[in-house]
Ligand binder design. Sequence first.
Ligand code: BT5
Length: 275
Amino acid sequence: MKNKNIQKNNHHSPTLFDEKAFIKNLQTNFVGKNIKFYQSTDSTNIQAKNHFNLPDGTLFLADTQTMGKGRLGRSWESGSGCGLWFSILLKPDIALFQTSALTLIAGIAVCRVLCRLGFDAKIKWPNDIVLECKKVCGILTEASAENNKINYIVCGIGINVNNNNFDDELSKKATSLFLESNSVTDRYSLLSNILSEFELCYIDFLNHGFSFFKKEYTDFCITLNHIVSVIQNNQSVKAKACDISDTGGLIVDMNGKLTEVSSGEVSVRGIYGYI
Ligand code: BT5
């Protein structure tokens, strides 16, 4: 459903965050039980990395970010009063190579919650959650490790909730829950639901690995069977996206040769548009 009545600003939700009430209502065991809230900060991923000594599951939440980060040096638009911009600090006992699958797991958690709310959420591999072929959420996972052993992981999630417009360039590929439903969503109750779902998925991931989620991820993933360009080291190679591997990599057919690409290394663009 498209919003026909676009207003001039994005300030649908109160910017006030009641941390005590939020924690009291939160249905998790450890994710989000400790919170650092910023009215404005550079980037919640940067803040989480600066405070890596805080407990496992600490949530870094901002009403607005002045230097929101995407992958590969790109930026993330994070205006005040309209979105959920947050990062979760995690200290799992996993190998470094498993980190990129955590982005996919976080994507599943977000999709499950959005689908429950009635949205037809899909995933563009690896980290874009899309509604009607436009990006509503992006995920940036960063890790610190030594000798293949994880010190900590920061899983940063940005969701456009009540934004009612984007600037010209971004509006071609970005959307929000408000623009798709024409109704305002309470940001903090959405956050609470996402943290619960994330914790469930995270524990299943630690116990069973990504293969536990492979079928569900594949069902959400709209990249499969599309022709994509795999952009690596400034070179772009055309390939057909065929499958998701047991570790969450994208298996592509490049001139008849099946190759697995991992999310840390490549950017995948659909050649007939954003998907
Ligand atoms: C991402 O990167 O999609 C990861 C975004 C992660 C954002 C969260 S917010 C909380 C935490 N703190 C941070 O500093 N970051 C995380 P990537 O796949 O590289 O996509 C970036 C591209 O998405 C940009 O180049 C734009 O084209 C587009 N984009 C920027 N802002 C957007 C927005 N608000 N909605 C949709 N698309 C956007």
